[in-house]
Every structure is written in structure tokens, then in C-alpha cells.
Design a protein around this ligand. Sequence first.
Ligand code: 5GP
Ligand code: MN
Length: 315
Amino acid sequence: MLQRIKHIINEGKRFLITTHIDPDGDAIGSVLSLYWAFESMNKMSLIYLRDPIPYRYNFLPGPSHTLHEFNDTAFDGIFVLDCGDLSRIGDGYESLRDRGTIINIDHHNTNESFGSLNLVDETASSTAEILYRLYTSLNIAFTLNISINLYTAIFTDTGSFRYENTNAHAFHICEEMIHKGVNPSYVSRMVHENHPKERFILLGLVLATLETYFKDRIAVACVTNDMFRQTGTTREHTDGFVEYLREIKGVEVAILVREISSTRYKISMRSKGMVDVASVCNLFGGGGHKNAAGCYIDGNLYEVKQKLKGAFNIQ
Ligand code: 5GP
Ligand code: MN
């Protein structure tokens, strides 16, 4: 597979790079690293992102301009990164197949192999780890622009080297990126200590909704559109909230329920230990990893919580 992808890269001139909606650090870092990899090979690439780059990743080097809607051009390859299913790219994803060969590079075990070429390794800590292997086999030099994006992608997707997907490769690659000039405390500060004050006012409101089920084994908190209005915040300010709930003693599954509308909610689930939240989210048409997954559930807030409770087989 790696050879076939290398062939497409070597033969092509013009590429599109994209990732999922509500992009996280692995999505953004992977996309930007690939942009710089193409740049170093004198290949042209464009980035399509449905959503703007979240503020906590604005420090990452990237192009001055990204596409927020598709135009009619065709590409020699379309790289879809960190994306379990094609529809997660957002509106217009159906037309992508007509614009070029889709190369799907990902580490979600729920990945639907939607590409013409699929480089999917669910044992990889992150999509960035798979890209590192690709760049190495293409003999691409790890410039600071590539290195800081890869480092940040791995650092964020492993929850700062705390989650179950943290592996020796993650440390090995990050060590190499430090040798290339990445400053770990700078990245950590940008990612974790650079929030606007409003995010903490929102966090206070969200934590006040905390409920636990099944003797504290499941923790649920909610964020509503009213809270966003009240605090002048948006979805991106909730990044990381669900991780706080994991910190509660005895909690096995942490859930953040975010209002999309009064009859539709976005669910973010994290587990520590054995519960496979990807399969729980799969019941609702979503997906992700064993320890971090998401889905959408229709209903009012009460109904959504009941559906969630019912999805866990815990006495
Ligand atoms: P988050 O809770 O941060 O949105 O997502 C956690 C993980 O689950 C990420 O790896 C993300 O890509 C995946 N994920 C979140 N929502 C969905 C969804 O609706 N469908 C699928 N297939 N994956 C999702
Ligand atoms: Mn990822």
C-alpha cells in the first residue's frame, strides 16, 4: 500500500488534503505536515477544511489560505486524513470521488476503507504516526514545519502521552522531532495554557450539569446553545471538557453531550480501562477508537440521556 501511495505522490503534481469536521490536533497536525511534505517535494497542494482551525492550533505553521468549499478542480490524489468515514469531511463529500483518487490514511478501528487506497493502522497512536512512516519511506527531510505538526498531532491524540494509545513509536517519533528543533514546553503551553477566560466560565456551567450513573462508573455533563450564548463561546471552547470527567475516581466512561438543536445532540465519549466506546457510539451510527469516540443522537436532552444510559450494559 505504501508503495502505491508513494507512486501516486511521485507521479502527481497537484493534491488535495482534507480531514474531518470539528478537527482535533491529530487532524490539523497531520494535514499541515502533509502540506509541508508536498512543499518540500515541490508539489502543489491545497487544504480543504469544513471548519476553521481551532484557536489552540493556530500556532502551527501552515499555508496562508485554506479552502472552505470545494471548487471544480480535479487533483492527482485526494488525501483524507484521520477520518473514519468519508461523510465526516462535511458537505460536498459525495463529489470528492469525481475529483481524483482518494487516499485514506487513518488509525480509527471503525474506518470504513472508503478510499481507492487505504492505509489504515488501528494500532498506530495517531494518523501522524502513519504519516511519519510515509515521509521516512519517501526520504522527506523532517523540517521544523513538518516536525512541529507531527509532534503536536501525536502529543494531542495521546492526551499528552496519557491515553491507552500512547506507545513506544509515539515517544520515539516525538523524541526525533525534538532533535529537529521542536520545543515540548512551547507546544504544551500553546495547546493547554492558552485559552480565553470565557472557556473557564463555560466550563463552570458545564461541570454544574455533572451527573453520574451506575455507582459513578459513567459521568455525563452537558453543554447547551444557551451556555454558548451566555458566555460568548463556541464549540471549539469545549475541546478537552470530556477529558476532565475521566479524572473522576471510579469513572470508566466520560460523556459530554453537546446541543446541536433542541432535538439533536453530539456525543463525545472517553473511556479508561476496558469499555469500548467506539462500539457504543457505533450503535448510534458514530465511531472512533476504543477509548475515544463520538456520535449524534436525536431526541430532547432527557431522551438522549436515557438512550445513552440504555446503551451501557452495566448493572
Ligand atoms: P470527539 O469526541 O473528540 O469528537 O471524537 C472522538 C473520536 O471519535 C475522534 O477520533 C473522532 O474522529 C471520532 N468521532 C467523533 N464523532 C464521530 C462520528 O460521528 N462518527 C465517527 N465515525 N467518528 C466520530
Ligand atoms: Mn487521530
